[in-house]
Ligand binder design. Structure first.
Ligand SMILES: Cc1ncc(COP(=O)(O)O)c(C=O)c1O
Length: 330
């Protein structure tokens, strides 16, 4: 989990003059430094117990305005703070300062490309007087933020999904509205199993057998009567910022009220269209779930949502410019 900051698997953001790769800058332990200089002790508590929280935030590069458009930065940082509170983590900064740190990180990395920002708060070390054990209080907090170039994360033409044999961890075991690192073991197991079966992603069910979410995204179902449905927060899911944006966009721009209610597997498989929403996946059409297909390509509602979302994140819809934080890089 800490590997993000050491970065061998990520692209180098750019090439400095003279052809040498530009070292990637991260924010770590209260300072900006090159990713290679990040050192974490083997005793890092979050590494042992998964006691960390994180966010994924996207910035879209506008080459004409030389500006990075960061999508819903405040909403992501608010969720980070809420997740941190669940784990008694002190991020050390109010949201306005976190936002400024993210922008400074992007500036220092000269992010003239579509970018993914990954802030992480995590439990670091036992404080004096705290005895060895699995706990939250009496353990210090740390904050690390990194940024990397990222285009499409999944095939935008569509993904094949499997209903996972792993059920979503219920919220009364680990609060699902918090983006907690350790919880992602659940998602990783489901993803691995889906890929082994030749699929691109897994759809997890809650313990009652209703649709919860995919491994890094929320699920929308378009019924044969045109009704658009998405499972409610009570289905043990992470209520996505993209999900909320899509609900708002469909209502305002297409006159479609998304119904939030439990979705059965039968409804999922009988749907006219299914699509996923998330910061990473953006709007991804689902081509199939198990052995059921949805026509081989994105349906009309999915295409509408994809188009609206793309125009919003690229700053083309004036009414939603307030969802974007603009960082001009000159
Ligand atoms: C498990 C899970 N559900 C849903 C989402 C979608 O959330 P958002 O739209 O805020 O990125 C994500 C991605 O962050 C996720 O990891």
């Amino acid at each position: 989990m800490m590997i993000v900051a050491h970065g061998s698997a990520v692209q180098t953001p750019g090439v400095a003059e003279g052809g040498a790769p530009r070292p990637r800058t991260v924010y770590h332990g209260g300072a900006f430094m090159t990713a290679e200089d990040v050192r974490l002790p083997a005793s890092t508590q979050a590494l042992h117990y998964g006691t960390g929280v994180f966010e994924g935030i996207r910035g879209y590069w506008d080459p004409t305005a030389h500006t990075l458009l960061v999508f819903r930065l405040n909403e992501h940082l608010e969720r980070l703070q809420r997740s941190a509170a669940v784990l008694r983590l002190d991020l050390g900064h109010p949201i306005a300062e976190l936002a400024e740190l993210v922008l400074e990180l992007l500036r220092r990395n000269d992010c003239r490309h579509d970018t993914y920002v990954r802030p992480m708060g995590y439990k670091l070390a036992l404080e004096p007087g705290t005895s060895f054990g699995v706990r939250l209080s009496g353990v210090s907090s740390a904050l690390t933020m990194s940024a990397l170039p990222m285009g499409s994360y999944v095939d935008q033409r569509g993904v094949r999904c499997k209903v996972s044999r792993f059920r979503r961890v219920p919220t009364n075991c680990v609060p699902s509205s918090a983006k907690i690192s350790g919880l992602y073991v659940n998602n990783a197991l489901a993803m691995e199993d889906a890929v082994a079966d030749g699929c691109d992603d897994a759809i997890l069910l809650d313990l009652a057998g209703n649709v919860s979410e995919a491994t890094t995204s929320n699920v929308f179902v378009v019924g044969r009567d045109g009704t658009v449905i998405t499972p409610p927060a009570t289905a043990d899911l992470l209520p996505g910022i993209t999900r909320a944006s899509v609900i708002e966009l469909l209502a305002a721009e297409a006159g479609i009220t998304v119904v939030q209610r439990l979705v059965t597997v039968a409804e999922l498989k009988d749907a006219a269209e299914v699509f996923l929403t998330g910061t990473g996946v953006e709007i991804a059409p689902v081509l199939s779930v198990d052995d059921v297909g949805y026509g081989g390509a994105a349906g009309p509602v999915t295409r509408k949502v994809k188009d609206l979302y793309s125009r919003v994140v690229h700053g083309e819809l004036e009414a939603y410019r307030h969802w974007l934080t603009l960082l001009t890089l000159g």
